[in-house]
Design a protein. Structure first.
Length: 215
């Protein structure tokens, strides 16, 4: 005979349903008049316990980044300080770019010394021959070439023609000897280069002065 009520919670049984609609009790396990009362089973209709929310994992990852970022910043700071120390002790030498200019002045404008095209100029053949292809180099005290470049496009400046150039990535040495077209122009010490902010400027006069300018 079917039980009319749940022996576990007392709720009324609906038709011939096997499980109690209130607590999920299995009516097939209902005790006989002489049998033992069964141990109540979990409410299978209410679902299983859910797992921990994914947000917990995200919070853990976030805390990990909070540790990694300060460590990375600290490592970078140590590297910068260490690099500065190596430069200071000379283990890693400082290197510099040298900005330079060369001005060739014609003392006698009545004698053409330059080839002029618009606002640009170059030394006339048979005169100075200085132009954009002219090589500028620098050597140390032993004659080792530290760097070289070529003059840029010449620009008119008064009665002269001026060229600019750059010598890149020169190391710090005791002295620097600058050469133009294979001829020594000037020798400067490291201290003089530092005081000049690693820039050099030369001017050379060519030709005789006009007669009316002679004393």
């Amino acid at each position: 005979m079917l039980s009319e009520s749940c022996p576990h919670c007392g709720a009324r049984r609906t038709g011939a349903l096997r499980f109690c609609q209130s607590c999920g009790f299995d009516f097939d396990l209902a005790p006989s008049e002489t049998g033992p009362r069964p141990v109540p089973q979990p409410n299978v209709l209410r679902g299983a316990v859910t797992s921990a929310p994914p947000a917990q994992g995200r919070r853990t990852a976030g805390r990990a980044w909070l540790v990694v970022i300060p460590l990375a910043v600290a490592a970078l700071a140590v590297a910068v300080v260490a690099g500065a120390g190596l430069y200071a002790t000379g283990v890693i030498p400082h290197r510099h770019d040298v900005l330079g200019s060369y001005l060739l002045i014609n003392l006698n404008p009545e004698v053409p010394r330059f080839e002029v095209a618009g606002s640009t100029c170059r030394g006339a053949p048979g005169s100075s021959g200085i132009g954009p292809a002219t090589v500028v180099s620098v050597e140390d005290a032993t004659g080792t070439v530290l760097g070289s470049s070529t003059l840029g496009t010449g620009a008119l400046k008064g009665t002269g023609c001026e060229w600019m150039f750059t010598l890149h990535d020169l190391p710090e040495v005791a002295s620097y000897t600058f050469n133009l077209a294979g001829q020594t122009i000037q020798t400067l010490t490291l201290d003089e280069m530092n005081r000049g902010n690693w820039a050099v400027a030369w001017s050379v006069a060519i030709g005789d002065m006009p007669a009316d300018l002679n004393p």
